[in-house]
Design a binder for this molecule. Structure first.
Ligand SMILES: Nc1ncnc2c1ncn2[C@@H]1O[C@H](COP(=O)(O)OP(=O)(O)OP(=O)(O)O)[C@@H](O)[C@H]1O
Ligand SMILES: [Mg+2]
Length: 228
């Protein structure tokens, strides 16, 4: 693992096979990637290419058949933040308590203050005490990202973060993501997209602290066949 890599996956493979599938499905076949500090990277590929599967293997949500995930000395359990494709919440609790729950679970510093601050920073000011069930799709997406960074992860992984958002909200969310990179702590944001290019992962928004780093995407031409 190179010294500047914050996250690396090597030869990750996954075959699904259960009573809901006819035979086995080879979702990933020795997929490899690496992410450096400060990078925003995108995974691009058609539906079913294995993007979500790759993320789930990295997050440890799905067991991998083979391969390795390394984080250069950090514990992935605390160094990764995750926004799933379809975030779920405690719908009957307020946005504040949803974030606070994760803040306490992950041992975040000053959980109450941090939770309030994130609600304001992610454009939910004045709605923090409202039930999540009353939130729009875009508001829930903001909340999901705020929740994912409550413990100041080194790497933020998002699965289709723009899905279902209107154009205005996409632009706002892109601004939020750029803001995350500019924070005091290094934050890399791999994310997936099946329908659109990862416009946040362009060279124009991938410089950090005056240092330019080329944005990269990994493309999956088809199920299980990845290239960089
Ligand atoms: N839990 C599961 N059980 C069985 N097969 C699965 C499971 N999850 C994913 N698959 C299969 O693995 C393959 C890759 O799915 P995956 O969800 O990773 O693709 P994706 O690239 O994220 O697609 P999309 O763009 O539609 O989100 C698909 O053929 C899918 O049917
Ligand atoms: Mg997916």
């Amino acid at each position: 693992m190179s010294g500047t890599d914050v996250l690396r996956g090597t030869d990750l493979s996954k075959t699904y096979g259960n009573r809901f599938t006819r035979g086995n499905i080879r979702a990933l076949d020795r997929a490899s990637f690496s992410i450096q500090e400060g990078e925003i990277c995108g995974l691009v590929g058609p539906n079913g290419a294995g993007k979500s599967t790759l993320i789930k293997l990295v997050m440890g949500i799905e067991p991998r058949d083979e391969g390795a995930v390394e984080m250069n000395g950090s514990d992935p359990r605390v160094a990764l933040g995750y926004v799933p494709e379809r975030p779920t919440f405690f719908e009957d609790l307020s946005a504040y308590y949803n974030i606070l729950y994760f803040a306490r679970l992950t041992g975040a510093a000053d959980p109450e203050g941090t939770s309030r601050r994130l609600i304001d920073e992610f454009g939910l000011k004045g709605r923090g005490d409202d039930r999540v069930s009353s939130f729009s799709k875009g508001m829930k997406q903001r909340l999901a990202i705020a929740r994912a960074v409550v413990h100041r992860p080194k790497v933020l992984i998002m699965d289709e973060p723009f899905s279902g958002l209107d154009p205005g909200m996409m632009i706002e969310l892109r601004g939020l993501l750029k803001g995350l990179r500019a924070r005091a702590w290094p934050c890399s944001c791999p994310r997936t997209s099946s329908t659109r290019s990862t416009s946040c992962a362009t060279p124009s928004c991938s410089s950090r602290a005056g240092r330019s780093s080329a944005a990269r995407t990994w493309t999956a031409p088809g199920p299980g066949r990845w290239c960089s």
